[in-house]
Design a protein. Structure first.
Length: 303
């Protein structure tokens, strides 16, 4: 009976996992379609504006040929690709002073990788490859250790205390503590920083909030990069602060996700889509296989 029930459960998990994959594919297709509908008209509008601007420039400056303008534009875009300032107002900005290098490596190790500042020399590219091969696993390991300790002191011990002291159910306490933690993280690492970026950078609140989400989710597209202050000392201090923000924010966001996975409803959903058997069943299967092998070997040893 138990074998039949286990077979039915595994079959249900297989179907649930297949449905999950199908829904995820549809979700990606839906997202691509919506983004195309929202962004394509704006892109066409910008393309048209650039064509008109280019045409007017050539008409106003007849001494410049279309080929010369094309060559100049390519060189400017190539410099910008490597993070070299092309505006006179940004000409004194150094992409590889200490704080800028620290900011770049922090984004590198947290896999945010904004993409604006990139290594130019071959030596720098080789160093980044070797550094990431060592640094990213170390970062993941350190992050896992920190999360385990934070879960103990910020989640499990408070849950145990409240459960023992007032007798509330563990599931309810897990849910409430996770909601409280998520609220604190959203406030401290999204809302407040977005307000600061609005004041310091030339961004509106939505752009600032977008940067916070893109950074802490390790997407790091690179369309908005902080640290554009004209004052060199202010820019360096701000870049150092952003480096700390990336690390602390990533730890906090990972802690929320880890706490969320412990909520009974979420844990049940995860177990529903898990195709592998539970740990106890898997251990029992391994022990049974070892016992069968020992029985097969025993007659041979006696002979």
């Amino acid at each position: 009976m138990f074998a039949k029930l286990y077979s039915v459960l595994c079959n249900c998990r297989t179907w649930a996992f297949s449905i999950l994959i199908s829904c995820y594919i549809l979700f990606i297709i839906f997202g691509g379609t919506v983004l195309m509908v929202l962004e394509e008209p704006k892109e066409m509008q910008l393309r048209s504006s650039i064509r008109i601007l280019r045409s007017r420039f050539l008409q106003a400056h007849t001494c410049v040929t279309d080929e010369q303008l094309e060559t100049f534009t390519e060189q400017v875009l190539c410099a910008q690709k490597f993070g070299i300032p092309v505006l006179i107002s940004e000409d004194d900005r150094d992409n590889y002073d200490f704080t800028s290098s620290l900011f770049f490596l922090t984004a590198f190790l947290t896999t945010s990788g904004y993409g604006e500042t990139v290594p130019i020399s071959d030596g720098g590219k080789v160093f980044c490859i070797i550094y990431s091969l060592l640094g990213i696993p170390i970062t993941v390991f350190l992050l896992a250790c920190i999360i385990q300790n934070l879960m103990l002191y910020l989640i499990w011990r408070p849950i145990n205390y409240v459960h023992t002291r007032w007798g509330y159910s563990v599931g309810t306490i897990k849910l409430l503590s996770t909601l409280l933690l998520a609220t604190l993280v959203v406030t401290c690492f999204f809302i407040i920083p977005a307000g600061i970026f609005t004041q310091v950078e030339d961004w509106n609140f939505m752009e600032s909030l977008y940067f916070c989400f893109i950074s802490l989710s390790t997407i790091g597209i690179g369309d908005n990069i902080p640290g554009n202050a004209k004052n060199q000392a202010v820019r360096q201090a701000f870049e150092f602060g952003i480096s700390c923000y990336l690390i602390l924010g990533l730890i906090s966001l990972t802690l929320v996700l880890e706490a969320l996975s412990e909520v009974p409803v979420i844990h049940w959903c995860l177990s529903l889509f898990r195709m592998a058997p539970e740990k106890e069943d898997e251990q029992q299967k391994v022990l049974q296989e070892a016992e069968d092998k020992s029985k097969e070997v025993s007659p041979h040893d006696e002979s």
